[in-house]
Design a binder for this molecule. Structure first.
Ligand code: F6R
Length: 245
């Protein structure tokens, strides 16, 4: 695992955006899976800016949404769907046929997971996974204790995720379940880029990097990914005893 620490959130965001743009330049058919959340917000805005200024052709790429809050409709500004569409997919001019998002309103959760599994297989796997990390160490909605062999699945969200998750919603909502790309698919991504910023993530990042690898703290699995990059700002890296290169 490579660790890259940046001065601040804007520098981190530009670096992450650059990895995304470079991935697409290298492979115009790239399959990229995107987390939502506060962490990648600026990086996605920078991607949209870069794509416009540098006239990057993304027409052949496939874009996957990492996860979604079950039962939250796509027009709710707190949904992952809304976030990715507004911040990234609409600004870069992605066609609907390039975008694969979980349907949070599905009547058939199993089928929804199966659809995502089939997309990932049909596309030949995920080339680049852009992940954040939750306060409980989750990746996507792979909560602590998730089976490392899991494919797309519905997750019962733990207390931390339910509580922290309220920050995305203007009005209080009940968020009890999520639907997510599984840990196996995260770990099989050709490149796993995990990003974190801010002092509040310092302990999470220390645990992910310096404690034993365990699905009880899914972010620690990054240590055994064959091509992982952890990108943080200085604050999120501030509790690390060592700086891995
Ligand atoms: C959201 C997702 C989550 C977030 C994590 C961190 O799509 O995959 O795992 O990445 O909860 O959220 P923020 O970035 O808001 O701190």
């Amino acid at each position: 695992m490579e660790l890259k620490v940046f001065e601040d959130y804007p520098e981190l965001s530009v670096a992450v955006a650059t990895v995304i743009i470079e991935c697409i330049r290298d492979n115009p058919h790239a399959v990229i899976c995107f987390a939502s959340g506060d962490t990648p917000r600026l990086a996605y805005q920078v991607v949209a800016d870069m794509a416009r200024k540098e006239n990057i052709n993304m027409q052949q790429c496939s874009f996957i949404g990492l996860d979604e809050w079950l039962g939250i409709p796509p027009d709710n500004a707190g949904s992952c769907h809304y976030f990715l569409q507004q911040l990234l997919f609409i600004p870069i001019g992605a066609r609907p046929s390039q975008v694969y998002l979980f349907d949070a309103m599905t009547a058939n959760e199993e089928e929804e997971c199966e659809k995502m599994n089939n997309v990932i297989v049909a596309k030949g796997g995920i080339d680049l996974m852009i992940a954040g990390v939750g306060m409980n160490g989750h990746i996507g909605f792979n909560e602590p204790g998730t089976d490392i062999r899991s494919l797309a699945h519905v997750a019962v969200l733990d207390d931390t995720t339910r509580t922290v998750g309220q920050k995305y919603f203007r009005d209080k909502v009940v968020i009890s379940k999520g639907i997510t790309v599984g840990l196996k698919q995260v770990m099989e991504a050709k490149t796993l880029l995990m990003m974190a910023n801010g002092q509040k993530k310092a302990t999470v990042i220390r645990k992910a990097v310096e404690e034993s690898i365990s699905a009880d703290f899914p972010a620690s699995l990054i240590q055994q990914h064959p091509h992982a990059i952890l990108m943080t700002d200085k604050e999120a890296a501030s509790a690390l005893a060592t700086r891995i290169k």
